[in-house]
Design a protein around this ligand. Structure first.
Ligand code: 5AD
Ligand code: SF4
Length: 471
């Protein structure tokens, strides 16, 4: 029986990955994805709890789904509603209390149990104990990692895919809910990661972004029994997965940028010259109170070493403004750090007190107008740096990995090694190929380019990479 699944994903790339895995788990039950909640039999909201706003979005969406479910029930049918992800983990039964029409609350470590949870929820909905507030809550951290229970990818893959190698966090930054919602650090075995990477490439992927809340804290036993760090894993993927053109990873902690990983940036051509390395603040006092366990100077020393290893590496980061007790001077130090380092892009956020985290209880909370002013200032500077970085690529010829057709006929969308999005005219067969493109202009959120490489069969120049990739 075919049933329809509508999956809405909030938050980080790990949630995007988890949503894809949930779809894999449910495919054998006959669930096919739909973009339209109106025609779904099951709606899963895969939620984010990182800031208050992200959490609140879920409740407004649940409010919108309520009449839809009621209408279905009035017709004698049903619409199952599941809340997954970090709000599910953090709030558990509170979700069902606030939204009694929710059938299933499932944490990020438990979604491999969805088939069983759905069966139970279906029975509950039709049984004598039916009615609002009966939602099933599955938020225990299971003893066995979910990865072993997840099906292997079997469908055709996008050109650029995610592969989770690590999950959870032991760092306990004082502002952050992740150690509570995702649990303790867990690294998948290297052999499993290599096997999954080979399968993804066999199914059409050309770029893999290795994912983890603290991805470079990954460590594990290599196939030969020796202990591996993350740099070794990157090298093994580059050497041991034929057809894998590009490797990226996110998100990293500065403390885990060890010598071997930094060296890998200089030695592994498939490792792209772009790194998201959150620093959060430029003030040592704020960094200490955030429990980041490094200073601004130490962060910059890591950046220097990365640039020595790979001179064209571009950096991205996360910044929090208005952390409790952040003075004007602390904030000025953040701006100064941004000026000194120079970022190709970055994300910045107003500090959002999260229940249960140490910083939420600090007395010196910063007022909203101050936070807003600092956010505007930091975003203005970061935007100027990003524009400048993008403008510097104009006129250059760069390798673009085309990922999909663009919105206009004949147009393709791809990315440069530095993660910039590029639109260019090109034949569909170039999708999946790394192609030489001349950058011709800067648009608000992407670059415009012109394909230099002749498509396969049309000319000799650089066609080999396109032919190989299109095969
Ligand atoms: N308030 C604001 N931003 C936060 N982040 C994490 N927790 C909070 C919070 N409580 C930001 C950090 C992190 C990114 C994923 O989200 O910058 O790196
Ligand atoms: Fe959160 Fe800090 Fe862990 Fe990153 S390193 S997930 S910011 S606690």
């Amino acid at each position: 029986m075919t049933r329809k699944l509508h999956l809405k994903t909030y938050g980080c790339q790990m949630n995007v990955y988890d949503s894809a895995r949930m779809a894999d788990v449910l495919a054998p039950l006959g669930y096919a994805l739909t973009d339209d909640a109106d025609e779904a039999d099951l709606v899963i909201l895969n939620t984010c709890h990182i800031r208050e706003k992200a959490g609140e979005k879920v409740y407004s969406e649940l409010g919108r789904l309520r009449p839809l479910k009621a209408a279905r029930q009035a017709e004698g049918g049903d619409l199952l509603l599941a809340v997954a992800g970090c709000v599910a983990q953090a709030e558990g039964a509170e979700v069902v209390r606030r939204a009694p029409h929710v059938d299933i609350v499932v944490g990020p470590q438990s979604y491999h149990q969805l088939p069983e949870l759905i069966a139970r929820a279906t029975r509950a909905a039709s049984g004598p104990a039916s009615g609002p507030g009966r939602g099933i809550v599955a938020t225990d951290f299971p003893a066995e990692p979910k990865f072993d229970a997840l099906p292997q990818p079997s469908e055709a893959q996008d050109v650029s895919v995610f592969l989770a190698v690590q999950e959870g966090c032991d760092k306990f930054c004082t502002f952050c809910v992740v150690p509570y919602t995702r649990g303790a650090e867990y690294s998948r075995p290297a052999a499993d990661i290599l096997a999954e990477a080979r399968r993804l490439v066999a199914l059409g992927a050309r770029e893999i972004t290795l994912l983890g809340q603290n991805v470079n804290a990954w460590h594990g036993d290599g196939p030969e029994g020796r202990s591996w760090g993350f740099g070794r894993l990157v090298r093994a993927l580059a050497d041991g997965v034929p057809g894998l053109a590009r490797i990226r990873y996110t998100t990293s902690h500065p403390l885990d940028m060890d010598d071997d990983l930094i060296a890998a940036h200089g030695e592994v051509p498939a490792l792209m010259p772009f790194l998201h390395l959150p620093v959060q603040s430029g003030s040592d006092d704020v960094l200490a109170r955030m429990n980041r366990r490094h200073t601004a100077r130490q962060y910059e020393a890591i950046v220097d070493r990365l640039r020595r290893a790979r001179p064209d590496i571009a950096l991205s980061s996360d910044f929090i403004v208005g952390f409790p007790g952040e003075s004007d001077r602390d904030f000025a130090e953040t701006l100064a750090l941004i000026e000194r380092v120079g970022f190709a892009q970055a994300f910045s956020f107003k500090y959002s007190p999260r229940p249960g985290t140490p910083a939420a209880g600090e007395p010196r909370q910063i007022g909203e107008p101050e936070k807003q002013a600092r956010l505007a200032a930091v975003q203005d500077l970061l935007r100027r740096q990003q524009d400048e970085f993008n403008r510097r690529t104009v006129g250059r010829r760069v390798a673009v990995l085309f990922e999909k057709p663009g919105r206009h006929p004949g147009q393709l969308v791809g990315r440069t090694p530095w993660l910039q999005s590029v639109h260019a005219e090109g034949k569909v067969r170039l999708i999946g190929a790394e192609v030489e493109v001349e950058i011709t202009g800067v648009r608000p959120n992407s670059l415009a380019g012109r394909v230099v490489t002749q498509p396969p069969g049309d000319g000799p120049a650089m066609a080999a990479s396109a032919v190989g990739a299109a095969a």
